[in-house]
Write a protein that binds this ligand. Structure first.
Ligand SMILES: *[C@@H]1O[C@H](CO)[C@@H](O)[C@H](O)[C@H]1NC(C)=O
Ligand SMILES: *[C@@H]1O[C@H](CO)[C@@H](O)[C@H](O)[C@H]1NC(C)=O
Ligand SMILES: *[C@@H]1O[C@H](CO)[C@@H](O)[C@H](O)[C@H]1NC(C)=O
Ligand SMILES: *[C@@H]1O[C@H](CO)[C@@H](O)[C@H](O)[C@H]1NC(C)=O
Ligand SMILES: *[C@@H]1O[C@H](CO)[C@@H](O)[C@H](O)[C@H]1NC(C)=O
Ligand SMILES: [Fe+2]
Length: 466
């Protein structure tokens, strides 16, 4: 090497060092992808996705969710408009004869809106890993659907979860759902992190928009369970029009199996599914010390048996780690209450929504601060979860594009685009996580990570240069 080329090589090395240092100091990657800013609008009421199924009193807005703690029960829900009709679900598999299950019907009023007849029927004692067909609308117009029960709970059971948040019913929402459906990494159940219909953005919280959302999402949620988390757009608290009971439309329409996990309210609960233990929390219910949610969670975390369910996943709506200039620090008080537990019990991953963009954190915690010591900077922590904000479903409020600068060190990747993700559990040690944005092809991941289980394989799985 001549002197000049040696100097050039040295410059390259120094430049490389400076660049990688810059990455470390300023956190991870902020995507350079700049999405074209388009008008975000709800799909009009006469859109194809909102079509009412034909026939007298035909069931509409059919949706299912897990109906017990283990995955042997399914709650089937639907709405009829002309008359209550039947609460019966007829179901069968290739290995069992036709059986019936009977449920209940409810209605509610919201300002000057009166709901249709909302049916909820729980089917129990199902066999694991079995395809079931089911029929609703007995006696009038019958409609048939199917679902596949999860495999029996166990440590090495592969399972793929989809992740969707803040979906709404805009043209972008329809793109997100389509991308989820056509993702070759087939999701088997959706972990939904809150903010469903955004009906509350319409005059008087026009609850017709809850019905249209139910019809829009039926094409997925009638065939695979969506696991519900309550967001702020589920509160529907509107004292100006006399509506003072929070969560009225949401709790009438979307049932969850909260009693099965000893919860006393439908806003926080847990389920086991395949090799995952999923804890759903409520950012909009009291969570301070001695409250029902706090008491439940304190008793819940020690129950998680990682030899049975290696993957401990928490869902909530408002993120604890969020470096966008939207909803900034709204999750902070809950973080202060619960983060030490998440580290103690080695939660693998926390999914949240609320911020209409995407962000993934490093494994970090911020639990050293005690009011007087001033130690309040997030630090790398291999016992801590990865925090993922996936509030990018595409609702009418549009994208969150304004980020805090510089990107904090704990933030591994952030991008203001609509999309969804999948969490693909392979066995007790490995899970592949991929985030898909709506502008890419169906198979493309814009951000991805191999998760190493915090209990069975607590090896550093960070994606940063360090
Ligand atoms: C409810 O009231 C609003 C105005 O306050 C009106 O536009 C709408 O048509 C009413 N809806 C029904 C179902 O009466
Ligand atoms: C929604 O997406 C589906 C599937 O891609 C498509 O068939 C339908 O026309 C779309 N509807 C609207 C209103 O964008
Ligand atoms: C945890 O699960 C394993 C595997 O299913 C089981 O053998 C063990 O008894 C369980 N431990 C407790 C404390 O229940
Ligand atoms: C981004 O948010 C900050 C903090 O709220 C604000 O000061 C700034 O004006 C915003 N920038 C844009 C372009 O909106
Ligand atoms: C778990 O899955 C990972 C990723 O597919 C694989 O590399 C590893 O060998 C698996 N572990 C076992 C014990 O099979
Ligand atoms: Fe929200």
């Amino acid at each position: 090497m001549g002197t000049s080329s040696r100097v050039a090589a040295a410059i390259v090395v120094v430049l490389g060092l400076v660049l990688s240092l810059a990455v470390v100091c300023n956190g991870g990657k902020t995507s350079s992808f700049v999405r074209k800013v388009e008008k975000t609008a709800d799909m009009p009421l006469d859109s194809d996705v909102f079509k009412v199924p034909p026939g007298y009193n035909a069931p509409q807005q059919v949706h299912i969710t897990q109906g017990d703690q283990l995955g042997k029960a399914v709650i089937v829900s639907w709405v009829t408009v002309e008359e209550p009709g039947s609460n019966t679900v007829l179901y069968w598999s290739a290995y069992s004869k036709k059986q019936k299950s009977e449920g209940k019907v409810t209605t509610y009023k919201f300002y000057n809106y009166t709901s249709g007849y909302i049916h909820h029927t729980t089917i129990r004692n199902l066999k694991f890993n079995t395809k079931y067909y089911y029929v609703v609308g007995i006696g009038h117009t019958e409609r048939q659907f199917w679902f596949i029960t999860p495999p029996e709970v166990g440590p090495d059971v592969p399972y793929t979860f989809g992740l969707i948040g803040d979906l709404g019913q805009s043209f972008d929402s329809n793109k997100t759902l389509t991308h989820y459906e056509l993702n070759p990494q087939k999701g088997q159940a959706v972990l939904f992190v809150g903010d469903l219909s955004y009906a509350d953005k319409h005059p008087n919280h026009d609850n017709v928009r809850w019905d249209t959302w139910g019809r829009f999402t039926e094409r997925s949620v009638a065939y695979q369970p969506w696991i519900w988390t309550a967001g702020n757009h589920e509160i529907d608290f509107a004292p100006d029009i006399g509506e003072t009971k929070p969560f009225k439309p949401y709790t009438h329409r979307y049932h969850v199996p909260y009693k099965a996990s000893g919860s006393t309210a439908p806003f926080w609960y847990s389920i086991k599914r395949a090799s995952a233990y999923i804890i759903v929390l409520s950012s909009y219910s009291a969570y301070g010390k001695y409250t029902p949610q706090w008491t439940w969670l304190e008793q819940e975390l020690p129950k998680v048996n990682r030899s049975e369910t290696p993957w401990l996943i928490v869902l909530m709506h408002s993120p604890w780690y969020n470096s966008y200039n939207y909803h900034y620090m709204e999750g902070e008080t809950m973080r202060v209450m619960y983060e030490p537990w998440f580290v103690q019990y080695k939660v693998d991953v926390v999914f949240a929504g609320h911020v209409h963009a995407y962000e993934r954190s490093e494994r970090i915690s911020n639990v050293a601060y005690n009011i007087v010591n001033g130690i309040c900077i997030p630090v790398k922590d291999q016992s801590a979860p990865v925090y993922i904000t996936i509030g990018d479903g595409g609702n009418l409020e549009g994208l969150a594009t304004n980020m805090t600068e510089p990107q904090p060190a704990y933030s591994a990747y952030r991008e203001a685009s609509f999309g969804h993700a999948t969490f693909d559990i392979k066995n007790r040690t490995h899970a592949y996580y991929g985030w898909h944005q709506n502008q890419d092809g169906y198979a493309v991941t814009a951000d991805s990570m191999w998760f190493f289980n915090r209990y069975h394989h607590p090896v550093d799985d960070s994606t940063s240069a360090q």
